[in-house]
Write a protein that binds this ligand. Structure first.
Ligand code: PEP
Ligand code: MG
Length: 587
């Protein structure tokens, strides 16, 4: 839909929340100027002049960077400023600069061409590395290279803004982030990048709201458009409606007041006042989110949505590719555990070999697909097992409807283990295998399924939609999508009891786990683990640390006598207002 057709249509794009906060303002569409470099032959007589151009450019680049460095130090502290020190060091690297000068003389080529060629070699080596840190550093090297070339070509610094703006750009180098922040930057929205890109880290330090990984944002806005950034939910809202702006302003106020009080909670356990420990983990789709989750105080990953690997590709990744990703994630999370959920394709999610279905949510989804495609399932299971050598990896199956499916899926794990054993490949022989309870039929059979599982994790997003017969994405029936419906709560109660009867732990990884209104209920029901999106983690921990388990239990007893969802909401909300008045509730 173009803007001309519907001038006031609000468009919401979902990305990854990179730095918390809300920003509203007009767009500055920033397209990073990558200097064009052409090879040009020079004569031997030109060499001294060419080398002088290089040295001058280098000196100017260093001056620019030192300014950024000083500014970063003053604004961010010396730790965060080290990125720029590293860039200054590249400029001062006498071996590198010596090589460049020698090549200019030997090859009789212009300075910017040799700079680009020589520094690109380093960059490509770094990009070829499987280490995520090296990847990020490659972008720093790129930034230094462009800075020298721009100075050789005598171009001016481009990070200049007119008035307060929300920067929308494909990607952002750390130096851009800092330079922009001297102007009035309200927020950042980028097509690419993960939450650990330095730009994201710096945005957090600079307290500028940022959303990354928006994929097509730069194609959907132009400079001057009004947008809002929700750095908590990871949203870019184009042409926000007045009601949306109002809701965002209210949200911003609540969070600001609240965050000020939450800063010190990250290192503390998620434990009730009467010392009942809850495992508080995070839901993650990309490896890049782990660092932010850790900063938020996450104790591991309770749901890694492995189907995120399928974005933008026509096929399933092979065993090697998956094994590398899972090992990287497991290492980053260690010593805490990570639960890899096997591909949950179908429904509203991607599936490389999908076909049209009238009712995709009731169709070929999750474990159904994997059981029908043993080669895909086995590749993934072997890959996960290979990443389990440090014993902090778990496996979980999505969309299980029958006991039979749970048993069959588990048999595949045995087969994958046998195959690896035969090849002498190491893995955790006692790896824990869990089942998601998100289909009502499975909820009713929770006890029998629990007997075949090492843990249960409740997917409330789907469980609620299937219980209430409400499409989770359909606005017109949204009021019936009720997490606090007494039928849903009774079902949650039944699942926990069933799991505990079989002596296994039970958690919740649906969005309900991250709803502050649900925390007392879920703790009181006896959930052992809650897995939430990283931005809300401190808030949920704060509630857990402010209540007594025995009071939560009592509250649940009362809730279980109630028959109206509104009464349940009101009751839970009164508990929060009383026990943790600083929590910003949505209603
Ligand atoms: C759920 O259904 O609650 C869940 C966590 O899985 P997803 O949202 O990925 O379907
Ligand atoms: Mg689900």
């Amino acid at each position: 839909m173009t803007e001309a057709q519907h001038p006031h249509d609000e468009v919401i794009i979902k990305g990854v929340a990179a730095a918390p906060g809300i920003a509203t303002g007009s767009v500055y569409l920033y397209s990073k100027m990558i200097p064009e470099v052409f090879a040009r032959a020079i004569t031997p007589e030109d060499v001294p002049l060419e080398i002088e151009r290089l040295r001058n450019a280098n000196a100017r680049a260093e001056k620019e960077l030192r300014k950024v460095l000083a500014f970063a130090e003053q604004k961010l502290g010396s730790d965060s400023a080290t990125i720029f020190e590293a860039q200054v060091m590249i400029l001062g690297d006498t071996i590198l600069m010596g090589t460049i000068e020698r090549r200019i003389a030997d090859e009789l080529r212009n300075a910017e061409y040799i700079v680009s060629d020589e520094i690109s070699k380093y960059k490509h080596l770094m990009l070829a590395s499987t280490d995520e840190y090296m990847h990020e550093r490659a972008h720093d090297v790129d930034d230094v290279m462009n800075r020298i070339i721009r100075n050789i070509q005598d171009q001016k610094l481009y990070s200049r803004l007119e008035g307060a703006s929300v920067i929308v750009t494909e990607t952002l180098a750390p130096a851009d982030t800092v330079v922009f922040s001297r102007n009035q930057v309200l927020g950042y929205a980028t097509d690419l990048g993960g939450v650990t890109s330095h730009a994201a880290l710096l945005s957090r330090s600079l307290k500028i709201p940022a959303v990354v990984g928006l994929r097509q944002a730069t194609k959907m806005v132009k400079s001057g458009d009004t947008v809002a950034i929700d750095g908590y939910a990871g949203l870019l809202i184009i042409n926000p409606a007045p009601a949306t702006l109002e809701a965002l302003a209210a949200k911003a106020g609540r969070f600001r007041a609240f965050e000020e009080k939450l800063a010190d909670i990250a290192g503390l356990p998620a434990e009730t006042l009467d010392h009942i420990r809850i495992e508080l983990a995070s839901n993650i789709e990309y490896a890049e989110e782990i660092e932010f989750a850790k900063v938020q105080g996450s104790e591991g990953v309770g749901l890694f949505r492995t189907e995120s690997q399928l974005v933008g590709r026509p096929d399933y990744p092979g065993e090697e590719e998956q094994a590398a990703l899972y090992a990287q994630v497991a290492d980053a999370v260690f010593p805490h555990p990570v639960i890899f959920r096997t591909f949950d394709v179908g429904g509203d999610k991607l599936a490389p070999d999908t076909h049209h279905e009238e009712n995709p949510f009731l169709g070929w989804r999750g474990i159904r697909v994997l059981l029908d495609r043993p080669e895909i399932f086995m590749n993934q299971l072997r890959a996960i097992l290979r990443a389990s050598v440090r014993r902090n990896v778990r496996i979980m199956f999505p969309m299980v409807s029958t006991l039979e499916e749970a048993k069959r899926a588990r048999a595949f794990v045995h087969q994958a283990k046998d195959e690896l054993r035969a090849k002498g490949v190491q893995f955790d022989a006692r790896i824990k295998v869990g089942v998601m309870i998100e289909v009502p039929a499975a909820a009713f059979m929770a006890e029998q399924i629990a007997a075949e599982a090492d843990f249960l994790s409740i997917g409330t997003n789907d469980l609620i939609q299937y219980m209430m017969a409400v499409d989770r994405g359909n606005e017109s029936v949204a009021t019936l999508y009720q997490p606090f419906n007494p039928a849903v709560i009774r079902t949650l109660h039944h699942i926990v009891e069933a799991g505990h009867k079989k002596h296994i732990w039970v958690g919740v990884c649906g969005e309900m786990a991250g709803d502050p209104l649900a925390t007392v209920l879920l703790v009181g029901l006896g959930m052992d683990e809650l897995s939430v999106i990283p931005p809300v983690l401190p808030e949920i921990k704060k509630i857990i640390r402010s209540i007594k388990f025995k009071d939560a239990r009592r509250a649940v007893e009362k809730v279980l006598t109630m028959t109206r969802e509104k009464d349940i909401r009101d009751y839970l909300s009164s508990i929060i207002k009383n026990k943790v008045p600083e929590i910003p509730l949505e209603n």
